[in-house]
Design a binder for this molecule. Structure first.
Ligand SMILES: Nc1ncnc2c1ncn2[C@@H]1O[C@H](COP(=O)(O)OP(=O)(O)OP(=O)(O)O)[C@@H](O)[C@H]1O
Ligand SMILES: [Mg+2]
Length: 249
């Protein structure tokens, strides 16, 4: 579905993404994790055409899309959500979702009808739909962000921290919704800091640190990976943790 090869993105003197490669197979849920500032959002922006890249190649469904425009990439079936949600504040929730629906439904009435079905898919209560987007809670805004992306009927959805700021109950709900979206045929690549959600949802995990993919594998391998532990907790952390575990044993 998606193949990223040796992608590099430089901001001034900073290599925000440094030769990163990853693959997402059709129908999978794959996670991209890593410490704050590792370059995850930048990598998403590069993949989805929001930022020009310095080096590398992006393929979607076997087609080279490197350097293509956001809208053309979306038309081919890949869209992203934003870590910092930015709905049209004065439009209602439903109208916001319909912005995405307009790609496939030229008539306003059709777009709004489609938006309603999308709202249902992300578990939005009907009462929420006529509210101005500005009045939504954090959880509501995250749902809306997801719905707006889904409304373009993507084949591949890039989710950037859709669980940030949610309470445990809301996280449980959104995990179920993401799984349902995938079961409906949408491939998913997600950035997430909520680790139990990453572990329960994803089939494969890539770990980014200082712009480089430092590890990849099944969830159970990643939690025990020493490079990963150190990337999150600092150098020597893996030894300290192993030693601490030894003392408890
Ligand atoms: N537009 C930009 N111009 C310059 N530097 C940037 C820009 N966007 C991001 N950066 C820098 O690139 C690095 C990677 O940032 P990025 O937002 O991709 O990290 P992240 O892994 O998504 O972090 P977080 O988990 O906090 O969201 C950071 O050092 C950041 O300050
Ligand atoms: Mg980010």
């Amino acid at each position: 579905m998606l193949k990223v090869t040796n992608l590099t993105k430089i901001f001034g003197g900073l290599k925000a993404v440094d030769g990163a490669s990853l693959e997402v197979g059709q129908g999978r849920i794959v996670a991209l994790i890593g410490p704050n500032g590792a370059g995850k959002t930048t990598l998403f922006a590069c993949i989805a055409g929001f930022l020009p890249i310095n080096q590398g190649r992006v393929e979607l469904l076997g087609q080279d899309i490197t350097g293509m425009k956001v809208h053309d990439i979306a038309r081919l079936g890949m869209v992203r959500t934003f870590q910092i949600t930015q709905p049209f504040a004065k439009l209602t929730v439903l109208e916001n979702i319909a912005v995405g629906s307009h790609q496939l439904h030229a008539r306003r009435a059709d777009a709004l009808a489609h938006a309603r079905t999308v709202a249902e898919r992300v578990g939005m209560p009907a009462a929420m739909l006529d509210q101005p987007a500005a009045e939504l809670t954090v959880a509501g805004r995250k749902r809306l962000e997801l719905a707006r992306a889904l409304a373009t009927e993507p084949k591949l959805l890039l989710l950037d921290e859709v669980m940030a700021g949610l309470n445990p109950q809301e996280i449980v709900e959104i995990i179920g919704i993401i799984r349902k979206i995938r079961d409906g045929g949408v491939t998913i690549l997600l950035i997430e800091h909520v680790m139990h959600a990453v572990m329960s949802l994803s089939e494969h995990i890539y770990v980014l640190s200082y712009g480089k993919i430092i590890a990849q594998g099944a969830p159970k391998d990643i939690v025990n990976n020493r490079d990963v532990v150190e990337a999150y907790l600092g150098r020597g952390a893996a030894e300290q943790m192993a030693a601490a575990e030894g003392q408890h044993a």
